[in-house]
Design a binder for this molecule. Structure first.
Ligand SMILES: [Zn+2]
Length: 124
């Protein structure tokens, strides 16, 4: 068993702050102005959509984020980057997954309708 990793973050307001470093964290922790802004974040995993025009287009990247000194919420979150970052707890992430599955069904309906529309267009 390996010892837990730690990282020392140089902060302007609390000097050197040594904290546990989660295994999933890939964030640089050289310096942070305020200890409260220290944030761990993990690797982004995007939805990859094959496109004819731009190859694989990335959307909705999801990753873990944790601000251990946040005064409002110091829990680990999954973050999905939409138009801006939105934080999810486990139930919220399940709801987002359900929305994605529903949206996949909508895309399939659109694919069938598009194929039908193109077939009609070609028949004229
Ligand atoms: Zn970290």
């Amino acid at each position: 068993m390996t010892a837990p990793r730690t990282v020392t973050v140089h902060t302007a307001d609390h000097g050197d702050v040594t904290i546990p470093e989660p295994q999933w964290c890939i964030a640089p922790h050289d310096f942070e102005g305020y200890r409260v802004d220290i944030e761990h974040h993990g690797t982004r995993t995007p939805l990859l959509v094959p496109t004819a025009c731009h190859g694989l287009a990335e959307a909705l990247p999801v990753f873990f984020a944790w601000r251990p000194f946040s005064p409002t919420d110091s829990q680990i979150h999954a973050v999905i980057e939409l138009d801006q970052w939105h934080e999810f707890d486990p139930a919220g992430l399940e709801a987002a997954a359900a929305a994605l599955v529903e949206h996949a069904a909508v895309l399939r309906v659109h694919a069938r309708e598009l194929a039908a529309l193109r077939a009609e267009d070609g028949a004229q």
